[in-house]
Structure formats: structure tokens, C-alpha cells
Ligand binder design. Sequence first.
Ligand code: TXE
Length: 481
Amino acid sequence: MNAMNFINGIFVDAIDGETIPNINPATGQAIGTLSRSNHRDVETTVRAAATAQQDWSALSMLERADWLDRIADGLEDRKEELAQRESTDTGKPLALARRVDAQRSIDNFRFFADFARKQAPEVFEMSDATNIVHRNPIGTVGLITPWNLPLYLLSWKVAPALLMGNTIVAKPSELTPLTATLMCEVARDVGLPSGVLNVVHGYGPEVGQAILEHPSIRAISFTGGTATGRHVAATAAPMFKKLSLELGGKNATIILEDADLDVAVEGSVRAGFTNGGQVCLCGSRILVHASIADEFTAKLVEAVESMTCGAPEHESTQIGALISQDHMKKVESYIQLGIEEGGVVLTGGTSEMTGQVGPSPEGAFLRPTVIDGLKSTARTSTEEIFGPVVTIHRFNSDDEAIEIANSTEYGLAGSIWSSDSNRAHEIAKRIETGIVWVNTWLHRDLRTPFGGVKNSGVGREGGAWSLGFFSEPLNVCIKHD
Ligand code: TXE
């Protein structure tokens, strides 16, 4: 199927008529095309979005919350199709796409609708005056999203942006256009006013760049790689656009010597290999207390070797294809680098080492890989690989674990596994990061702040943080008579 732009309530080709092939990474086959848009398409879209903004912002937040519920209902009706499209676009297991991508995309709309209904007026009384804080829309906002959790991450931005009265110009990853298209079909079918939600497809340096540069787009919410994020900031910041950047991660999974080993192994596998390790929150560096390291490592390798890899459509598949052949080559080059840096591959490796995993030789399949013996400062241990590869590091004290955890340029997430939650909490407070889980991973309460420090990004999204980002507060101070 072909993914066309959705502008002013209708699906249209790019003005220049150009397209990009869309490849299913599990088969290597083209499954359709997407529009290859540029600044001309963005110009048309911004005009539509600006026109729609007046009526949309005139609705109350509660009326807009009802629209979010209608979109959620529409997505729910097409949930299976949503999961199928996500799996076909990304190569991820269909079961995962159902459980995570489809479900959480729906949940994002529902969550923000409910959250809006719980908002209390922001009023600050003085002895002689009353302050009333209004949350005004920003106007038209630009949303740029990656390929790893396509609609999940896009809906995480779309829902609060709409709720706060903004209109949207969104650009999904050129590798995964299909579910953004489904969301637009739903928006059209439920009757969302034209021009409120617009999607333009194409390459980052072309249509993405035009969004960054357009003077009428007053805020950019971006999720993607750190290098792209740096470019986004350099382009948008001098125009004083509001910026939210959710970038890469190289997160530590810390196993203390008092952890329940079976629970820690299961958690480490989940943190390391969910979505083939292609989640910015994945725990790709496992830090384990030296006294239990051998036992833990043996159990981890056994668990990883029992994972089912292969055809995304099989119910039992835990690891499907990576996003593309190019990305797989990048991941393989890191495994090779790990070997050159002195690492020992305990299981997995490059496809040359392990042979064909998936159903098709054209598919981007790679066995989950565990590398031991690397210095914690090695490139393989500190750079984001974004694939099914974890490295193991030993520590002898809490201080040493914290030092290793903090020794990357990233600071997005992490997890600590221990039977002493107070001790784990004390360690968590000293990790330079945005979120730490204790004895769990990816356990999300959507009211909490989400985002990173250092090169993992700027700002937070989630609950009140999202409402804050997608609005401009206006304080009215009224002097009492
Ligand atoms: O991301 P990009 P890529 C990491 C991961 C991965 C690396 C590169 O390490 O290997 O980033 O992945 C758009 N102006 N993450 O290349 O390029 C692009 O079209 C405006 C982490 O896919 O950052 C896409 O829509 N937009 C991550 C979006 O930016 C531009 C998830 C993200 O793509 C642009 C994905 C430009 N000049 C990758 N150039 C996470 N944190 O979850 C590109 N884009």
C-alpha cells in the first residue's frame, strides 16, 4: 500500500509527484511507496494547519479530549490492522506489535483525554489579587518521529499537542509510514476537523528540514538519534522555537549481589532485547556484581539462547527483523568492533558467524548477542548500538557500579535489580539519567516525566510535562476591588 500525505483532511501525493519505496525488512521486498515531500508540501501544509488552528483552539480542552477518545475508538476498531501494518513496516514480531505498539498507541490517546478531565484550574491567590494561569496553544507544531515504535511515539506527541489546541505538521520516519497513515484514516473517518492533523512523508533532510526551518511552526518535538537531535537543535534554537528532544540511550542494567537471579536474568533479557534492542530505553550494558557474575552470565546466556528469532508473523517469535539491512550492517560492525576491542562473544554474533536466522536471506535478521570481557570505557560499551547486543561488566561496590553507569555520554534510563529496594533507591538517585526502574523495566505510568539528560535529550514529556510543553502559559493577575 502507498502512504500519501494527509493535508487538510485529504490524502494527496507530494506536489512534485515523487515517491520513495517502502521495504519490509523481514523480506527485503518493496511493499509500496510513500510520498517524497519537500518544502513546497510543507508550505501548503502549514497554511492548512494555520487556518484550522483558530476553530480548533476555540474549543474547550474538554471538547478536544472528546476528540482524542474518538480517535482512540477508531484505532481500537482497527487494532489488528494497526499491529499488522507496524509489524510489516518494522519487521518486529506481530505479537509485540499487538501488545505494545497497537495497545499503547490507543492508550496514549485515552490517557491524555482522561488526564485533561482531571486538570484543576491553576489559580494563585494573593492578599490583594488573584492570579489565573491560562494554557494557550502554541499554534502549529512540528512532530518528527523515528522508526522503532512508529505510532506509539507519534501518538505520544499527537495526543497532547491536539489537546492543548495546537494544529500539527507531523513527519514519521521514512522507513515506517504505514501506521501514521492509518491514524490519518481514522482522523478523517471520525470527522476530525480538516487541517488539525496533517502528515507529510519523506526524507529527514528534505521534508524534515523544511519543518524545522518553517517560521510559522513554533515548536518542535523530536524523537530520534542524538546526531540528528543536535542538528534539530542547531536549526530551530536560533529561531526561538520551543524544543523537546528525546534522543539516544546506552542504559545500564545493574544487578546487585542480593538480587533474585532468576528475576534479574528475565528482566535483563527483556531490557536488552525487546524490539530487537531497538528501544532507546533498552538496557544494553549489564553491570553485575563480581561475586555473582559467573552464575548470572551463565543463566543469561542460556536464556538468550532459548529466545525464538525469526518470522515476525509467528506467535512465538520474540526477535524479528531489524529495521533495515543498513542498520543490521551497523549493528554487525559494532559486534566486530567489540571483538577487536578484546570482547568475547558468548552467544550470537554477526550473521556471518551464526548463519541465517530468519525465513528470508533478504531479511535483516540477527541473533541476540552477548559480549563479555570488554572494558566499560570501550566504544562498544559506551556508544549506542540500537540492536540486539548487550555487553557485560563486573563491579565490586555500589560506587563502582554508579561510576560505570555514568561513564557514557547518554543519560536516558536504567534499571537496578536487588532485594533491598532502599539500597537500590540510594543508587538510583546517583545515576545521571531521566528514569530508573527498580526490579522492573519499561513499567510506565504516563503521568510521570519521560526524557533524558546529557546527550539523551532536552526536556520531558508525559502527563503535565507534555501539557506544559505543548502550551504557552498566560498568567492574568486581577487586583481585588
Ligand atoms: O534516526 P534519525 P535514524 C538512534 C539509533 C539509530 C540512530 C539513527 O542509534 O541507529 O539513531 O537512526 C528525521 N531534519 N535512534 O537514522 O535520523 C528522520 O527522517 C529533520 C534512537 O533512523 O534521527 C526521522 O523521521 N528531521 C531513537 C527522525 O528524524 C530529520 C530512535 C529520526 O531519524 C533530519 C531511532 C533533518 N535534517 C533511532 N534528518 C530513539 N531515541 O528512540 C533525519 N530526520
